[in-house]
Design a protein around this ligand. Structure first.
Ligand SMILES: *Cc1c(COP(=O)(O)O)cnc(C)c1O
Length: 425
């Protein structure tokens, strides 16, 4: 019996993939040696929360930040303990005040929409472009008001948002563009690195991202003033602004968002290999696109002209009307063949209880007490359709996949596709 006609695993047959791929091997001898060096030095963090030499961190922090700036052609890099912290610091640095509106895409990791709330900002949700899953400039424009302070664009799944267009739009209005670039390290638009096109870009070094230090993040900016404000918020601004001579005290109440020397040492080793790490994920994505691109009813990821994609996830669109099988049954059958596939990604963030119930900071519902914005179903129809009906994704960042495994994954998908009518009960 040829494999194409083999019984579907979900119907009791043998899975197409008998040995699932191992996790992507991101940590090697270089990282181990770098961590041991830090441990032997005895100094696991060089930061001091006061206006003295240690304010900017220890030797690995400074080396890592300088190397990051060189790699991404950014004037400044400010290391931070997570992308979430970076987004919070960015909101503080651009001067978000209670009641200001921050436009974010409806679909992204929740931290993007949470960060404004810390400063009393009101997240406003814009819809997505269905082809790239990134924020739709038309929907964004429809949400601009004179209270809009900033836009957070997310380069979702590894594809650039329309960053140059958004930057021009923000500059023309005198508002800020922050890039949440957690998923798109080394993606580019018109030859420029994602994360460096907005006023501030934020990268994640969380374990699940292309390169990581367990937890961590990096903020990039070409603006001297924003860079210094990010550094102050990272490290107890309130105790430092006096001796530092800061004149604008807006949001100069700091946190401890500092990265350790250990994380910086791991991050530096990862940065030195970032092309290889992203290249491995791109190869998986390109193989899936080549192997599945001819299947009608499955729309493989688009890459907009002038862009390169970093493929945090390989995200296709499923046309249930054309395929005649519920998406959930199809994905269940795919999973049964031996590697995990997923549907939907996250629900539009305005469906979270904090937004539906307008309850975030304190007992009275601050900051929603400053806004009449309501959140609920119907706000962003494209994001809802993608979530409920269309998105099917594969975690190309997570697995170690060689050519043979890639072939098996493509074959398993085609096996389910070819026999899908058997899935209709
Ligand atoms: C992972 C992720 C974050 C959060 O990053 P952390 O470093 O875990 O805080 C934020 N936004 C997006 C789009 C992400 O994918």
């Amino acid at each position: 019996m040829n494999r194409k006609n083999a019984t579907l695993a979900v119907l009791g047959g043998e899975p197409a993939i008998l040995r699932p791929p191992p996790p992507y091997p991101s940590i090697g001898e270089r990282e181990i040696a770098a961590v041991n060096d830090v441990l032997r030095s005895g100094c696991l963090s060089g930061f001091f929360g006061s206006w003295e030499d240690g304010f900017y961190g220890g030797p690995r922090i400074q080396e890592f930040e300088a190397a990051w700036s060189r790699k991404f052609l950014a004037k400044h890099t400010v290391s931070i303990n997570s992308n979430t912290s970076g987004l919070i610091a960015a909101m503080g640095a651009v001067g978000v005040s209670p009641g200001d509106e921050i436009i974010v895409p409806a679909t992204t990791m929740s931290a993007t929409a949470m960060a404004p709330l810390v400063y009393g900002g009101i997240p406003v949700f814009a819809d997505l472009e269905p082809e790239t899953f990134c924020i739709d400039p038309q929907s964004l424009k429809g949400n601009l008001t004179d209270r809009t302070r900033a836009v957070i664009a997310v380069n979702l799944f590894g594809h650039p948002a329309r960053l140059h267009e958004l930057r021009a739009l923000c500059d023309a209005r005198g508002i800020y563009l922050v890039e949440d670039n957690a998923q798109a390290v080394l993606a580019t638009e018109n030859g420029r690195q994602c994360g460096t096109i907005g006023h501030i870009g934020v990268f994640s070094l969380n374990y699940h991202k292309h390169i990581h230090s367990g937890e961590g993040g990096m903020c990039t900016t070409d603006d001297d003033d924003l860079a210094e404000r990010l550094r102050l918020i990272r490290n107890h601004a309130e105790a430092v602004v006096g001796p530092a001579g800061a004149t604008d005290l807006t949001n100069m109440v700091g946190f401890n968002l500092r990265m350790t020397e250990l994380s910086a040492a791991v991050g530096l080793a990862q940065l030195n290999e970032v092309d290889r790490h992203v290249g491995a994920r791109r190869a998986v994505a390109d193989g899936l696109t080549a192997g599945l691109g001819d299947l009608s009813g499955i729309t493989v990821p688009a890459v907009r002209d002038g862009c390169t994609h970093a493929y945090y996830l390989w995200t296709a669109r499923y046309d249930q009307a054309r395929l005649g099988v519920p998406r959930s049954a199809f994905v269940e059958a795919l999973c049964a063949e031996g590697v995990p596939w997923f549907e939907g990604y996250v629900q539009p963030l305005y469906m979270l209880p904090a937004f539906r119930k307008r309850m975030a900071i304190g007992r009275e519902g601050f900051p929603f007490t400053l806004s009449s914005r309501q959140y609920g179903p119907g706000l962003c129809p494209v994001a809802e359709r993608l979530y409920h009906e269309e998105i099917v994704w594969f975690e190309c960042c997570a697995h170690d996949i060689d050519d043979s495994m890639l072939g098996q994954i493509v074959d398993a998908f085609r096996k389910v596709y070819d026999q899908r009518e058997l899935l209709v009960s």
